[in-house]
Design a protein around this ligand. Structure first.
Ligand code: ZN
Length: 296
């Protein structure tokens, strides 16, 4: 099936899957396709084949990519759209923007996966109507996109919020943390990888396991830092760890305890401030398509 009307292409480029999709000019998703990540050559070629099969050069208006990082998102840089030093084998130096600009002959916009998801959640999701918001993903690693004062924070690069320091939970002092750079930073203590290193697969832990109390404490500290430095209106917590249904309320309660009503009447309760993504699995892809549409 070839789409016969003007459209945008988007990719949510994750570490294990590239979620590809095409939308009409009003942002309605028309078609989706998943590509499993192998080598850069195979993965990017498979994505390009898909887009060529469903779009035509004359109808494709622009492409957006919301990618795992670290990645150069500086639109004035010579290496804009290129994946930087990453532990992911073979992917460092992969020029996503150059590849798709050539393969599909269309303007290609690249940003981080969390900035893409945040843009989508602020446009049609759980942060709609907010003037400032954060999207934090808690998966293999931890990253955050931050939007305030009309911009993504950290431009022309991007925040590395997963690596902020933490106060150790009193029952978690013997674990060194898994970050190769800092040991016990936020990612080193509260990512899926960090929980797995202490207690095994997080999805197999019962809801009353103490690991959840400890993880919620660290994620609440992260939300507290965001409130006390930036006073954002919404914090969206996504990623694999947040699929545990009990975790969100545990983070909200820990956040309220830690804040200790310090902001008085201006305190935003955890249940109002902190939420899960409304767009679920489609947040990154919708964000990528929005990046393409904003280019027009
Ligand atoms: Zn770190």
């Amino acid at each position: 099936m070839t789409i016969q009307s003007p459209c945008f292409a988007g990719i949510d480029a994750g570490g294990t899957t590239f979620k590809c999709g095409v939308s009409d000019v009003d942002g309605n998703l028309l078609n989706k396709h998943r590509v499993r990540v192998t080598t850069p050559e195979e993965t990017l070629s498979a994505c390009a084949e898909y887009f060529k099969s469903v779009t035509s050069k004359s109808n494709l208006k622009a492409m957006g990519i919301a990618s795992f990082g670290p990645i150069d998102i500086d639109r004035t840089s010579k290496t804009y759209g290129t994946i930087l030093a990453t532990p992911k084998p073979n992917w460092a130096g992969t020029d996503l923007r150059g590849f798709f600009s050539d393969a599909l002959a269309t303007e290609t916009i690249v940003d981080t996966d969390v900035n893409g998801a945040l843009l989508a959640e602020m446009t049609t999701g759980a942060a709609q109507g907010a003037s400032s918001a954060v999207y934090m993903t808690i998966g293999t690693g931890i990253g955050a996109g931050i939007y305030l004062n009309g911009h993504f924070a950290g431009q022309p690069t991007h925040p590395e919020f997963g690596h902020i320091p933490m106060n150790r939970h009193p029952d978690d002092t013997s674990f060194a943390g898994i970050c190769p750079f800092h040991g016990d930073c936020l990612e080193g203590l509260a990512s899926v990888t960090a929980l797995r290193a202490r207690w095994g697969e997080p999805k197999d832990l019962p809801p009353d396991h103490q690991g959840w109390v400890i993880a919620a404490d660290y994620l609440a500290q992260a939300c507290r830092v965001l409130t006390l430095t930036l006073r954002v209106e919404r914090i969206i917590l996504g990623g694999g760890l947040m699929l545990a249904p009990h975790l969100l309320d545990m983070v909200r309660s820990a956040y309220d305890r830690q804040m200790a009503n310090y902001l008085g009447d201006r305190t935003i309760a955890g249940r109002t401030l902190i939420d899960r993504p409304a767009l679920g699995d489609d947040a990154g892809l919708c964000g990528a398509l929005l990046l393409a549409s904003q280019h027009q």
